[in-house]
Design a protein around this ligand. Structure first.
Ligand SMILES: Nc1nc2c(ncn2[C@@H]2O[C@H](COP(=O)(O)OP(=O)(O)O)[C@@H](O)[C@H]2O)c(=O)[nH]1
Ligand SMILES: [Mg+2]
Length: 484
């Protein structure tokens, strides 16, 4: 997300390194670079103009603190201004009112409306403890109904069997009636899109909104972040025609340049409420302007990382493994489970980027695909092992290796290498446990606070001999480290 913007900002900041203090002449080049970076990221030119003049004013103003490096000061100003143009605080849909609350999902075709409807239902059910009804109301593409119902079934979510021969407003009314009977809190209505903005679509959506106006519907407009300024223009048209209460930026996992995220709020006045970061139902994040500003500036996003970790890591299981390891047992089964927990967090690069300073390093390191491929290979090798073998890898002699190699489609050497690696890991683990029992403090420099990845050394979440923290305590995640 926003890699090239991050890189160019960093180049701009280098201009200020080693300078005594911020002055009009020495920030000029940096500001120019910031302006170019934003324009190249497809940020609306008016936003760019206001942004750079606000930054300049701040930088030259009285707020400048003596004793702090000018490049650091400048970065802080940029961060604050970035957060400001994106709306500062997170806003979610308002659920603190009597239900059933309708949420209309609108936007052009292929932007991710149906996918988002599914994601939102999962989020509201799991995080907000609301009962949700999913309502297919795309009367143009009957396949869209099947798509939504398939998603609903996969999550055990209730859905409404809409009559697609009717007008979407009748579907909405019937669904709300049904939701009332069923005592649902929220009704998510997935509407039809078009390839381009057209009057008929706007007219229809307006009718739907008006029909349920007494229920004060939330109207979320889904826009593909990849489309940059086009997303901003379309959002404006939708907002002018029907009135939107929020924007959802989808496909933020792709190489979106940042233009939509940085301009939409400022240009349309509509807050971005959620971002979609993948095709799976769990790939939804709340939109936190301050955190995103941090990510853009390579400061990582530890808060989101910890939140994700708290969701992905099964505490009971982690505790069991920890006890096991204290006894000197570390099995392939444990290793596999840890790998799966890490995988739940997201792709390797997306996790690493949330760690302060890692963004720049990642750009230098380039491609992480070989490491991810290696993890996949390990996974298929483990899949070809029997339960007994996973509990005790020492059982795996030559003939079993041969079977595993055939079963997993790997060469015998690759299987041997894996066993060898695992033996080393087990040894290292034993050594670490010994150190912890000896009361070694914290072990700084061993990646304190960093989630370790399978195959990269120490084991995720079990450093420092501490039990994982209880959920919901905020700051320190299950990695316990003092680094954050
Ligand atoms: N990578 C990625 N793909 C997405 C995301 N949201 C939706 N998609 C994909 O985009 C395509 C269109 O999504 P869909 O929800 O059917 O769009 P709709 O026409 O607006 O309902 C599908 O292939 C989705 O899997 C996202 O956040 N990231
Ligand atoms: Mg759809």
């Amino acid at each position: 997300m926003f890699d090239s913007l991050s890189e160019k900002f960093n180049d701009a900041f280098k201009n200020l390194q080693g300078k005594g203090k911020i002055s009009e002449s020495n920030i000029e080049d940096a500001l120019k670079q910031v302006r170019t970076a934003l324009l190249e990221a497809d940020v609306n030119f008016k936003v760019v103009k206001e942004f750079t003049s606000a930054v300049k004013e701040q930088a030259l103003g009285e707020k400048v603190i003596r004793g702090v490096d000018p490049d650091q000061q400048f970065i802080k100003i940029i961060q604050d201004e970035l957060a400001k143009i994106m709306g500062n605080a997170n806003e979610e849909v308002d659920l603190e009112r009597p239900g059933p609350i309708p949420i209309l999902i609108v936007g052009l075709n292929g932007q991710g409306k149906t996918t988002f409807s599914g994601k939102l239902s999962k989020h509201l059910t799991e995080k907000k403890k609301k009962s949700v009804l999913l309502v297919p109301a795309d009367t143009y593409r009957p396949a869209a109904k099947d798509q939504l119902i398939t998603l609903a079934k996969s999550m055990d979510m209730d859905w409404f069997d809409s009559d697609l021969t009717g007008h979407p407003k009748d579907i909405a009314l019937a669904a709300l009636e049904y939701a009332k009977e069923q005592k649902k809190d929220v009704v998510i209505i997935d509407t039809a899109g078009r390839l381009h903005v057209d009057e008929e679509l706007m007219g229809q959506l307006k009718e739907v909104k008006e029909a349920i106006a007494d229920k004060n519907p939330e109207v979320l407009m889904v826009a593909d972040a990849m489309t940059g300024q086009e997303a901003v223009n379309v959002a404006k048209v939708f907002h002018d025609a029907i009135g939107c209460t929020g924007v959802v930026l989808s496909k933020m996992d792709s190489d979106a340049r940042g233009g939509a995220a940085l301009s939409i709020r400022h240009v349309t006045g509509i807050p971005i409420k959620y971002i979609s970061v993948g095709e799976k139902m769990k790939d939804l994040e709340l939109f936190h302007p301050d955190r995103l500003a941090g990510r853009i500036l390579d400061m990582g996003d530890v808060v989101t990382l910890v939140e994700k970790a708290e969701e992905a890591i099964d505490e009971k299981e982690a505790e069991r493994m920890m006890k096991n390891m204290e006894k000197g047992n570390f099995t392939v089964e444990d290793f596999m489970k840890q790998m799966d927990m890490i995988k739940n967090l997201g792709s390797m690069s997306s996790i690493l980027k949330m760690i302060p300073g890692m963004g720049g390093m990642l750009r230098q390191a380039g491609d992480l695909t070989p490491a991810e491929d290696e993890m996949k290979r390990m996974r298929v090798i483990i899949d070809s092992m029997t339960k007994q073998e996973r509990q005790n890898y020492k059982l795996i002699k030559e003939s079993r290796m041969d079977r595993i190699s055939k079963g997993s489609g790997n060469t015998l050497k690759q299987v041997k290498d894996f066993i060898q690696k695992f033996r080393q890991m087990e040894k290292m683990m034993g050594g670490m446990m010994q150190m912890m029992k000896g009361g070694m403090p914290g072990m700084p420099g061993m990646g304190g606070g960093m989630p370790s990845l399978p195959g990269m050394g120490d084991q995720a979440g079990f450093r420092q001999g501490k039990k994982p923290k209880k959920k919901g305590k905020g700051k320190k995640g299950p990695w316990g480290g003092g680094y954050f």
